[in-house]
Design a protein around this ligand. Structure first.
Ligand SMILES: [Zn+2]
Length: 512
């Protein structure tokens, strides 16, 4: 059995399903390009039948990727599978990923099918997918709560029908390392044609065990792992790709498996995903948290100065965290800015570059020292909202201890400028009232408003997040600017743009 582990990234599908994490087409393409740079083997780009937007995103990612296999999810129905294939057929390496539940509870309550009907659905769906595409993955949804004998029958059926990868997800995050590893060992040993497929993990983090369960399954014979950047995903999230990659790298002594992950791209991938989803990474998060390599206690600092291996099992450089560099200032020109963008992995069109450079000059005027983090926040903020229907043009706020505070706001809506002047209980309230006046959205509720500084110092850029909820849909907008109120307006308007995109989507989502 080979010791190579394939990394199946589902940030764009399972990750995007987490509340408020929806991404638009440009954001998905940017994330997909970074996932290829990170070296993942398979990119699950979406669930093509879920909406027109999902279909277009899967198709665009499929057409863009050079090295990675691109997958689309499909339920066990002809329409789903045909739609997935229609989106994927331009891919260099396409994969159809089809699934059906195998646990007694899901088969009865959700599918209203007998076990024999589920086996028939597997034969039909996997067979159809395999006729269209040479690479077919089949998932046993809720595998960890399935009857072991039935699960083995289902896996054998899927392989006989043409599945080349078999995924056994812990859909509800219920497994422990021992039980999850044992399930893989059992299925791989008992299913007679198990040697004709690669077995895959898919773990959710409801009990905080997603990565531990994933590693246990690898030791038991799994050779593909499904994961997301920063561990985003439904409920408590999925297994975090960066944690799996670094655990395998740092503990080669007990887990001698290889991946194609370029670990120095981890930090960039993490920042990009938190930037486009607005889902901040907690400071104490393993590998990518702000404190992951910080040493506070005197004893630790003393040891680190003498020899970093005293308290460090891996270096920050190995995950792409350089020392924070002072990069550019107000005298930096276009060439310096262009080469910095290239170093940070950005490839902008001429128009995007022009807009980003103008904002960089404004920032360098407002803030003497411009760090890599500033440029990442600025470019992500500028480029990612270039296609938004509503844009912030101008913000003017009057605030102070003698209220009421007032705001004058100009927005561009589909290219047409409109202005409103409003009052509020504080400047942020006044500003958000102006947005509500210009773009009425009575049904939507503001669930979260959060500000955080990109770097240290009172002249740091503010990065704001806004979460809006409307009829069960949640969207998260982000904005960055040295002026917290401008950043706030940009974040709110970004969320509104996402809400408009989401209104066009059906409520369909998958739970594999
Ligand atoms: Zn999942």
């Amino acid at each position: 059995m080979t010791d190579r582990i394939r990394i199946f990234d589902t940030t764009l599908r399972d990750g995007e399903q987490s509340p408020g994490c929806s991404m638009n087409l440009e954001e998905k393409l940017k994330v997909a390009a970074q996932l290829e740079a990170l070296g993942v083997d398979i990119i699950e780009a979406g669930f093509a039948i879920a909406s027109e937007g999902d279909f277009e995103a899967v198709q665009a990612v499929a057409n863009m990727c050079d090295t990675a296999i691109v997958a689309s999810l499909a339920r066990a129905a002809a329409a789903d599978i045909e739609r997935a294939w229609a989106a994927l057929k331009g891919a260099r390496n396409p994969r159809i990923h089809t699934f059906i539940a195998t646990s007694p509870l899901h088969m009865k309550v959700k599918l209203n099918k007998s076990p024999e009907e589920v086996l028939e659905a597997i034969r039909f769906s996997v067979g159809l997918a395999r006729n269209l595409c040479g690479d077919v993955e089949w998932s046993a949804e809720d595998a960890t709560r399935s009857d072991p004998d039935f699960l083995c029958h289902a896996v054998e059926t899927a392989i006989r029908s043409g599945a080349t990868t078999i995924n056994l997800p812990d859909t509800v995050g219920y497994a422990t390392p021992e039980t999850y590893g044992a399930m893989f060992r059992d299925v791989i040993t008992r299913v007679p044609n198990a040697d004709q497929a690669i077995f895959s993990t898919h773990c959710h983090n409801d009990l905080g065990l997603a990565v531990a369960n994933t590693l246990a399954a690898i030791i038991a014979g799994a050779r593909q792992v499904e994961a997301t950047v920063n561990g985003i995903g439904e409920r408590a999230g999925n297994a975090a790709v960066e944690e799996i990659a670094m655990a395998l790298r740092v503990r080669q002594d007990v887990m001698p498996y290889q991946t194609r992950i370029v670990t120095t791209e981890i930090t960039r991938a993490s920042r990009l995903v938190s930037g486009v989803t607005g889902m901040q990474v907690q400071a104490n998060k393993a590998i990518v948290g702000a404190n992951a390599f910080a040493h506070e206690s005197g004893i630790h600092q003393d040891g680190m100065l003498k020899d970093s291996s005293t308290y460090e099992i891996m270096t920050p450089e190995s995950v792409g965290q350089g020392a924070t560099n002072l990069v550019l200032g107000k005298h930096s020109g276009r060439a310096a800015f262009r080469s910095k963008l290239a170093e940070l992995g950005y490839d902008l069109s001429d128009n995007e570059f022009g807009d980003a450079f103008k904002r960089f000059k404004d920032l360098a005027d407002a803030k003497k020292q411009v760090f890599d983090e500033d440029i990442i926040a600025l470019v992500d903020d500028e480029v990612l909202r270039g296609h938004d229907r509503i844009q912030v043009v101008e913000v003017e706020v009057y605030c102070g201890s003698n209220g009421p505070q007032r705001a004058i706001l100009t927005l561009s809506i589909d290219g047409e400028e409109v202005t409103a002047a409003t009052k509020g209980n504080g400047p942020v309230d006044a500003l958000f009232n102006a947005i509500r006046k210009l773009v009425p959205h009575e049904e939507a509720v503001l669930n979260l408003y959060q500000v955080h500084a990109v770097t240290a110092g009172t002249d740091a850029q503010a990065e704001t997040s806004v979460v809006l909820a409307e009829n069960g849909r949640t969207v998260r907008g982000t904005g960055a600017h040295t002026d917290t109120l401008v950043a706030s307006a940009r974040a709110y308007v970004n969320a509104l743009n996402k809400l408009m995109v989401k209104r066009g989507k059906s409520a369909l989502s998958a739970s594999a």
